[in-house]
Design a protein around this ligand. Structure first.
Ligand code: FES
Length: 563
């Protein structure tokens, strides 16, 4: 606790961990490239440098606050210093800004404008590296890397994977997977968190937009879309709408206008997931085998578990993810020649997640030898498609999803939040569907802000021990405890990205705490406005079990281990 003077004004501080935080609290937006509140402090870019009353300059992100400090944030010396840093970064950077996918969102580009860097006096003598297109989810362009190390720290500190690192020294320094491997040859889980945190275009989404446009332009193709819960609360922001507000109706309208023949809601198949996963869970509790049940909705987590904890691979639920289930069901629906009307069906899913691109290509998500989800597009790509088509998104009237797969219960919608799958399972297990019963479940600990939540719930005479975890580094902590016998659970829900799919690797970036909270709230609000709260009370789900799914539950809703 104490007081410091910043640009002549007294500012009190309490538990801020560095001078940078206090400067920001004082309303001064100091430029930064390598500082991120959720990562360790690296102190490499020096853009956050400030000056004290003795003329000493230091990086404010790496300096502990002290009572009585006198700081100047914008002296002539500091301004010159910052401008030179940006100029030097630009000198060693590919400057094809007009065609860079990150243009308009690039922090380096923004800083160049903001600091008035209009000319780069130095030549780019840096070695040029080939782009890495090996991943189905991300593209790495080392020529746009500014060596801030954010991706390196995110991969190891947030995700506990650590496939990226620094190699070489001085002007030859580069961020690259170990031994110069391409990213697909590593244990990369495709979560895309490196892309979320990259300030430039050095790591971007591997886009499939052109495939979608081609399908939409083909008269012999029926193009069917599904939209995941977390997408609806992340897109509106890009069009000036309230942060976190669900824009599902507008998205349905936008996709219909682009030419999608039918638009469905992934919350519907989230309900199917709950039906199947709850049944699987009860079976395992009865037999006492393969516990804890590990959830399977998140493909980055599934890959992480198979790579890092292969001895628990059989504990992973055999349920396909909601994306996989809905695509399999829709493809089966259109295998009926009367329904297909001679057209080929192309399934396009809109997901908050880059790992879904990887998941869709796995053999286990094929049915009858055919890929179920043909094209996976992220929220970020959806925003680009809306802009590309020229739609005035904010003014679009909401439209309802098509039927018969266009309605999900509230339980299906909250899947996008960490804890949502567990809450939906608990609703399913509850014999009651009153508001009081739903509120009681919401208050059991499943919605807390912690990245690791442990609680137990009584069910049929047993205390069901639950763990909800988000962020793979946190999943590693939990799995190590399970492995050593230190912790015991009946069910563990894991989302690879902290806070769940709302913060997935395919979502719009630069989301601060307000945006994160707004997205979470947006999904709970969407649940509040649904009349049906439980997956087992969704009439469309029940009639599907009576019709198309009869005898095909395993083929269409569980992973196919034999193809
Ligand atoms: Fe402080 Fe990079 S933000 S050194």
């Amino acid at each position: 606790m104490g007081t410091m003077t910043i640009d002549g004004r007294k500012v009190e501080f309490t538990d801020e961990k560095n001078v940078l935080s206090i400067i920001r609290k004082a309303g001064i937006n100091i430029p930064t490239l390598c500082y991120h509140s959720e990562l360790s402090t690296f102190g490499a870019c020096r853009l956050c440098t400030v000056e004290d009353d003795r003329g000493r300059t230091f990086a404010s992100c790496s300096e502990e606050p002290r009572d009585g400090m006198v700081i100047y944030t914008n002296t002539a010396k500091i301004k010159k210093h910052r401008k030179l840093i940006v100029e030097l970064l630009l000198a060693a950077h590919c400057r094809d800004c007009t065609t860079c996918v990150k243009s308009g969102e690039c922090v380096l580009q923004e800083l160049a404008h903001r600091l008035g860097v209009t000319n780069v006096r130095f030549e780019n003598t840096r070695e040029q590296w080939p782009l890495d297109f090996s991943s189905p989810s991300i593209v790495r362009d080392p020529n746009k890397c500014i060596l801030c190390g954010n991706c390196v720290r995110a991969c190891s500190e947030l995700q506990g994977v650590g496939v990226l690192g620094f190699a070489h020294r001085g002007t030859n320094a580069i961020v690259i997977p170990a031994f110069g491997k391409d990213i697909a040859s590593t244990e990369c889980v495709n979560c895309g968190q490196c892309r979320v945190i990259c300030p430039t275009g050095a790591i971007t989404i591997r886009t499939n937009m052109d495939e979608a446009w081609n399908a939409l332009g083909d008269p012999n193709v029926r193009v069917v879309a599904q939209i995941a819960p977390a997408v609806r609360v992340a897109v509106g922001d890009a069009f000036g709408l309230t942060k976190g507000r669900s824009v599902m109706g507008k998205l349905v309208n936008a996709l219909h206008r682009m030419g999608f023949d039918e638009v469905y809601d992934t919350a519907f198949s989230a309900d199917l997931t709950i039906m199947e996963e709850t049944a699987e869970f009860l079976d395992r509790v009865k037999s006492g085998e393969k516990l804890p049940l590990l959830t399977s909705c998140c493909p980055a987590w599934v890959k992480f578990c198979r790579d890092q904890y292969p001895e628990y691979a059989d504990n992973i639920s055999t349920c396909r993810s909601p994306q996989g289930m809905l695509s399999a069901v829709i493809k089966e629906h259109f295998r009926d020649p009367e329904k297909s009307e001679g057209k080929k069906t192309v399934m396009v899913s809109f997901m908050p997640c880059t790992a879904k691109k990887m998941e869709a290509g796995l053999d286990e998500n094929h049915t009858k030898g055919e890929r179920d989800t043909d094209i996976v597009l992220t929220s970020q790509e959806l925003i680009r498609m809306i802009n590309n088509f020229g739609l005035d998104f904010a003014s679009l009237e909401p439209e309802a999803c098509d039927m018969p797969f266009g309605f999900g219960s509230g339980a299906g919608v909250i899947f996008g939040n960490s804890g949502g799958v567990t809450e939906a399972v608990l609703r399913r297990l509850s014999p009651d569907h009153t508001k009081e019963a739903m509120d009681e479940i919401a208050d059991c600990g499943v919605r807390s802000d912690e990245y690791i939540r442990e609680f137990s719930v009584p069910y049929n005479g047993i205390d069901v021990k639950v763990c909800v975890v988000s962020g793979l580094a946190n999943a590693r902590i939990v799995m190590d405890k399970v492995k050593s016998g230190e912790a015991e659970y009946h069910i563990i829900e894991v989302m690879a990205c902290r806070r769940g799919c709302i913060m997935g690797g395919g979502q719009p970036t630069r989301a601060g705490d307000r945006t994160k909270a707004a997205r979470t709230r947006g999904l709970y609000n969407a649940d509040n406005t649904t009349i049906i709260k439980k997956s087992d009370e969704n009439p469309l789900v029940l009639s599907l079990y009576e019709g198309l799914l009869k005898g095909k539950e395993h083929e269409l809703l569980h992973i196919n281990k034999h193809e």
